[in-house]
Design a protein around this ligand. Structure first.
Ligand code: CMP
Length: 153
């Protein structure tokens, strides 16, 4: 089982798309095992987006990500890091394929609704940045036998 960090960004909250986006992950059969609303501070933004801090778009990104509350979640599942990135689609909503979350709801490079970790190292770092260990509550869904065959768990 893998875990990934997903953020529903300020545009997702403001546009009342939280429920729709969360439903996509639930309907896929992924486990949401951590969930909270929070305000990103400039300091948290700089830590999270450390690799982008020097990029020309960073000031706009920080202004956007700190402008309104976000929802952070830890999502668990088999190959979940890749599965969730595929569900999000390309970074720009204009380039993301139809059927992906960004492809269906975003027309922007910056306001692309959702963030998800891009690899195992980033997932571990980002989960630790947003969640204390006791805020993560793994559980076995009682319907697990109807999501996967026994040898796929
Ligand atoms: P995310 O997947 O959270 O990772 C970095 C974020 O920076 C990205 O989504 C976008 O919100 C934003 N971003 C990436 N590239 C650009 C860009 N060229 N211009 C503006 N914002 C960008």
């Amino acid at each position: 089982m893998e875990r990934t960090l997903v953020l529903l960004k300020p545009d997702c909250v403001q546009r009342r798309l939280m429920g729709k986006v969360l439903s996509r992950f639930e309907e896929k059969g992924l486990n949401v095992i951590g969930l909270k609303m929070l305000q990103v501070t400039p300091q948290l933004a700089k830590t999270h987006y450390a690799e982008h801090v020097q990029k020309p778009f960073y000031p706009g990104l920080e202004k956007f990500i700190t402008a309104s509350p976000i929802v952070a979640m830890v999502v668990e599942g088999l190959e979940v890091i890749r599965v969730v990135r595929d569900m999000l689609g390309a970074t720009s909503g204009l380039k993301a394929a139809a059927g992906t979350i960004r492809g269906d709801y975003s027309s922007s490079r910056q306001m692309n609704l959702v963030h998800a970790s891009d690899g195992p190292e980033a997932a571990a770092k980002e989960i630790a940045l947003y969640f204390k260990p006791e805020e993560i509550l793994p559980y076995e869904p009682t319907l697990i036998g109807w999501f996967k065959a026994d040898d796929e768990k």
